[in-house]
Design a binder for this molecule. Structure first.
Ligand SMILES: [Ca+2]
Length: 573
């Protein structure tokens, strides 16, 4: 019956669908005009103020790209020869889907290869009084199994001027962008800090963002990554214009920029007489004279009396009168035959037989071994710690923002997924320039994607208006379920399947009536479940028992039925 209602509802929905198509038909001309007007027009962007820009590329102009960018032909050191070469493929291409007309990007085509590509800035960025804004788009068109999509801001250096030799060893000032491997989602912001005392360079890694990166790295859509680094050492990281991480170069990086001013003296040793014991046994305390260490924990209950009816003269066990010597018993070989012992039947109605012994009880005089009470240790000096001394390696860099001048940018990557698209890189010292650049590029891309995903139904309606013959197809497609629904609603009730069901039920009933052997699955399962439950209970009980064992002592108490004293567990308390 329920099935029938479902089909009727579905039928109604299909009819409604038909009606709405009919309405779309009336707006024929309007809809076509709107689609043209709604198309998102794209022109390759120009920075709002070129004087504020150190680098920009929209990758729409392949000839310009070829002039600016250099593919690395270097070899990576310290790895196997066959994968050492930076031979990953790069291409200028349109996105795989939802692209704007005329919009291309830089695509890392290959996977499981080292790939590096870089370009000189239009003018070097000097870390001085102006902020640094780095912004670019990433589309993980094939998702990302394991690999990075981060950008390196290469430090200006005469030694590393040749971009064709760009490797992982090429010095960079900042590394920024996404990185993912399996379930490890990272958004890097690393800067290289030079120790002013000894000149060593150390990577400083930004704390993890509090926001989740999973959806952003997995949705295969374009995302906009922005780093804003200010001369006062504060920073902000945005994804799609939303703040994902922020803080200060001085406080939110590991290891910290500045080492501690004082350190523990490694030469300091704990003095031998240093007493770290907070409490000690009272040396003045003496054992009270009446303290009997030898008094037993348990004694015989003197007040107990033999229960009435106890048969002292009867044995608890007697030879079985019905037992007979086996015929093949050989007294020479097997010894004298004796009948086996059985419980004395005379004792069955009595509280007990044989010698009666009073039970044991806890000894009220029991004190155990005497120990002196604990008191505060008068010589206690506290937990020993080495003294602190001024850190010989201490320095204070108040301006970690002043990083080495950036002369070029580049991607130096390894990825297990191909077709990573990069686009619209901009490096500027004015945020509004980056904002405008994104409005002309990234925002349009996202508008196009939103439009494409929302208008599938609209497109279908427009297509039908252009090709009215489609109505024939719809009527055919929709007609089949309608006929099927009508058939289900009005078919004769005694269908073969329900007849089969009834036949099965009848046979099952017959078997029950005649006690014919039948495998009752439900019953079997029930029994099994019960058995399991019992097993579980037994387990729990044995667990409880073993717990009790830990807390219990064994004590002799009189048995209800006699047999002298028998051991029973009782709680200590
Ligand atoms: Ca582009």
């Amino acid at each position: 019956m329920n099935l029938r209602i479902h089909w009727i509802v579905l039928f109604g929905v299909l009819l409604l669908g038909n009606t709405s198509f009919g309405q779309e038909e009336q707006d024929d001309e309007e809809a076509t005009v709107e689609t043209v007007a709604d198309d998102i027009l794209y022109d390759s962007p120009k920075p709002a103020d070129q004087s504020k820009v150190y680098f920009h590329d929209h990758f729409d102009d392949t000839a310009n790209f070829n002039k600016k960018w250099v593919k690395s032909s270097a070899k990576k050191e310290g790895i196997e020869e066959d994968i050492a070469k930076y031979d990953g493929e790069w291409a200028i291409e349109e996105p795989v889907k939802d692209g704007l007309l005329g919009d291309k990007g830089l695509v890392l085509k290959s996977k499981a290869k080292h790939a590096a590509i870089s370009s000189n800035l239009h003018k070097p960025f000097v870390f001085n009084t102006k902020p640094l804004i780095v912004q670019y788009e990433v589309v993980l068109q094939e998702g990302q199994e394991c690999g990075g999509a981060y950008l390196k801001l290469l430090s200006q250096s005469a030694e590393h001027k040749d971009l064709s030799q760009f490797t992982d060893k090429t010095p960079y000032s900042i590394m920024f962008g996404p990185d993912k491997c399996g379930n490890d989602y990272k958004l890097h912001f690393i800067f290289k800090h030079k120790n002013p005392l000894n000149g060593t360079i150390e990577e400083k890694h930004c704390q993890k963002p509090k926001e989740r990166l999973e959806e952003i790295y997995d949705d295969k859509l374009p995302h906009l990554y922005t780093l804003i680094l200010n001369p006062d050492n504060t920073f902000e990281i945005r994804i799609d214009n939303k703040i994902f991480n922020s803080g200060s170069l001085l406080e939110d990086f590991a290891p910290p920029v500045n080492p501690p001013a004082e350190i523990e003296d490694p030469a300091d040793k704990k003095p031998e007489d240093w007493d770290e014991r907070e409490k000690i046994p009272d040396p003045e305390a003496v054992k009270p004279e009446d303290w009997d260490e030898d008094a037993p924990a348990q004694i015989v209950d003197e007040s107990a009396t033999m229960p009435d009816g106890w048969l002292e003269n009867e044995l608890t066990h007697v030879p079985d009168p019905e037992a007979k010597k086996p015929e093949d018993w050989d007294s020479d070989m097997d010894g004298e035959w004796e009948p086996p012992l059985i419980e004395n039947p005379v004792c069955a109605g009595a509280p007990g037989c044989g010698t009666w012994e009073p039970p044991l009880i806890n000894n009220p005089a029991f004190k155990g071994k005497w120990r002196a009470p604990y008191i505060d240790n008068p010589n206690y000096k506290g937990k020993w710690r080495p003294r602190t001394i001024p850190n010989p390696d201490y320095f204070e860099d108040k301006h970690p923002f002043k990083l080495p001048t950036v002369g070029a940018i580049g991607f130096e990557l390894w990825s297990m997924s191909k077709d990573i698209l990069f686009d619209n890189i901009i490096i500027t010292d004015e945020y509004y320039v980056a904002e405008q650049w994104a409005a002309d590029t990234f925002s349009k891309k996202r508008q196009k994607i939103a439009k494409d995903s929302e208008s599938v139904f609209q497109k279908l309606a427009n297509f039908t208006n252009d090709y009215p013959a489609m109505w024939g197809v719809y009527i055919l497609v929709l007609g089949i379920p309608v006929v099927f629904v009508l058939y289900l609603c009005f078919k004769p009730s005694s269908s073969s399947s329900s007849q089969e069901e009834r036949e099965e039920q009848k046979q099952a009933a017959e078997k029950k009536k005649t006690d014919e052997a039948t495998e009752d699955k439900a019953e079997a399962e029930e029994v099994e479940a019960e058995e399991e439950e019992e097993d579980e209970d037994a387990e729990k009980n044995s667990e409880a028992d073993s717990e009790e064992d830990n807390e219990a002592v064994e004590e002799n108490v009189p048995a209800e039925k006699g047999e002298g004293a028998r051991k029973r567990k009782v709680r200590k308390d």
